[in-house]
Design a protein. Structure first.
Length: 302
């Protein structure tokens, strides 16, 4: 396992920023980073240079996310998003970046990809599955990717949400460069909130061979508006996620699997998350791979 964060505190946009970034990464035992957010604007040579430098510094580039709505009802916008994801995959492959992530998207009137439609269950229908399968295959068609996968992040406004439906969809696509971005917290429901051990084990039993990047978060059920229940992200160890089981199952995946923390407010919050993850891994006899500094460069670690 390799630990990292997709926050701007822990990422580089240009090749020259990679070596100075390593001092911060080493403090927290991090060895995987995101591809630059500007990946779509980079030339093939720039992508190759960035990837080669990261590799020389003992880093892997695990993922980059494109967060536009692939299921929008706007035909021109949908064609643009499909073309953009294809180009990002080409550039990511040049960079040796492990994956490009998107959501499925949706039909909410706002056009926002993560918003559930207020009165239309279309995004859970067989018709929506078929339509999105066509989009996935249009994206992957004619691409000869060597290093990069196109992966989808589970989200509650679509059929791509629970382990069984995700597995069914991946099987229906049947493409070697397609899979799931395993954000386990996003898959927690009210029904599984107190049974995350079972959820984690079901997820890994079905999806371990199709997971190419991981997000590490925790979730807490609270009282929401009108006294109805609500769920919110919290720091690891402060919610219901069974992290000892999660780490044990992660440790059985390929050793370079990238695992990212996200959505926290400060470097201090990230420091707490990283420390808790390293501790939990050690408790089960596992560890996150540390960056190996090249000759002439020292590694500074807490």
């Amino acid at each position: 396992m390799r630990l990292g964060s997709n926050h701007t505190l822990f990422r580089a946009e240009h090749t020259a920023e990679l070596e100075p970034l390593c001092e911060k990464l080493d403090v927290y035992g991090l060895s995987t980073i995101n591809a630059p957010a500007r990946i779509g604007e980079m030339t093939a040579d720039e992508c190759a240079e960035f990837g080669e430098k990261a590799c020389a510094l003992g880093l892997t580039i695990g993922e980059v996310g494109y967060w536009e709505n692939l299921m929008t009802n706007d035909d021109d916008a949908r064609k643009h998003h499909i073309a953009t994801v294809k180009q990002w995959l080409i550039n990511a492959d040049e960079m040796h970046c492990g994956s490009v992530i998107t959501l499925v998207g949706g039909t909410h009137p706002s056009g926002r990809p993560a918003h559930p439609h207020p009165d239309d269950p279309y995004m859970f229908s067989a018709v929506a599955k078929s339509a999105f399968r066509d989009i996935v295959l249009r994206i992957l068609d004619s691409l000869e990717l060597r290093h990069t996968h196109y992966i989808i992040e589970p989200w509650h406004n679509t059929f791509f949400y629970q382990p069984e439906s995700i597995h069914e969809f991946i099987v229906s696509v049947d493409h070697p460069r397609f899979g799931v971005h395993l954000d386990q917290m996003n898959m927690v429901t009210q029904a599984s909130y107190y049974a995350t051990t079972d959820l984690i084990n079901r997820t890994f039993d079905l999806l371990a061979d199709h997971a190419f990047s991981i997000h590490l978060k925790d979730i807490l059920m609270t009282r929401g508006p009108g006294d109805f229940f609500s769920m919110k992200e919290v720091r690891i160890g402060e919610g219901s996620m069974d992290y000892p089981t999660f780490i044990k199952r992660l440790a059985a995946l390929p050793p370079d699997i990238p695992c990212y923390c996200e959505h926290l407010d400060s470097e201090g919050d990230y420091a707490i998350n990283f420390a808790r993850l390293h501790h939990t891994a050690r408790e089960s006899g596992n560890s996150f791979i540390k960056r190996k500094a090249p000759p002439g460069q020292t590694s500074k670690e807490q």
